[in-house]
Design a protein around this ligand. Structure first.
Ligand code: S3P
Length: 176
């Protein structure tokens, strides 16, 4: 039983696309960051500040294991791919990499007042570009399909994903 798992850097649109995609496919959606905020009882920013990034990654890994037991459209946090054991789990899923131009993603991250990312708080734009660059190879190595979202509307991205899914996984068929 595979899930459709959206990976990619912060600001790439994983949350927005996952919700719309799940609605189009009539399937449940799980946003890992939302779940973690509920589980942790505070914002991710507060959690990082109090317990540190490593503790957050442990929760993230445990959550990934649990949610992959059911079929769903999953929006991951941008750093989920860092843990080796998560990479192994993700290789068995239909992983969709939402990619974006660095300047556009950084602008989105900096503008987003409703979601304060700890990594964006503590790093300069130059450092964020470096982190993005380092992660790029991991995202690519796990992806079954890569979509550059920089200049596309959500509906275009979703149509592209659904076409791909219909051609590649008979368990995931669009009902629209
Ligand atoms: C992180 C990305 C965030 C969130 C946390 C760490 C990262 O999720 O999980 O702030 O390491 O890239 P989004 O990619 O949904 O912003």
């Amino acid at each position: 039983m595979t899930s459709l798992v959206l990976i990619g850097f912060m600001g790439a649109g994983k949350t927005t696309i996952s919700k719309k995609l799940a609605a189009r496919l009539d399937q449940p959606v799980i946003d890992m960051d939302d779940y973690l905020v509920q589980q942790l009882g505070c914002s991710i920013e507060q959690y990082f500040a109090t317990f540190g990034e490593a503790a957050f990654r442990d929760h993230e890994t445990a959550l990934l294991k649990t949610i992959l037991q059911k079929k769903a459209v999953i929006a991951t946090g941008g750093g989920v791919v860092l843990q080796k054991e998560n990479q192994e789990l993700l290789k068995q899923q239909q992983v969709i990499y939402l990619k974006g131009e660095a300047d556009i993603l950084i602008e989105r991250i900096r503008q987003d007042q409703t979601n304060i990312r700890p990594l964006a708080l503590k790093n300069s734009d130059t450092k964020l570009r470096e982190i993005m660059w380092e992660r790029e190879k991991i995202y690519k190595s796990l992806a079954k399909i890569t979509i550059d979202t920089s200049k596309k509307l959500p509906d275009e991205i979703i149509t592209e994903i659904i076409k791909w899914v219909e051609n590649n996984d008979e368990n995931w068929v669009s009902r629209s």
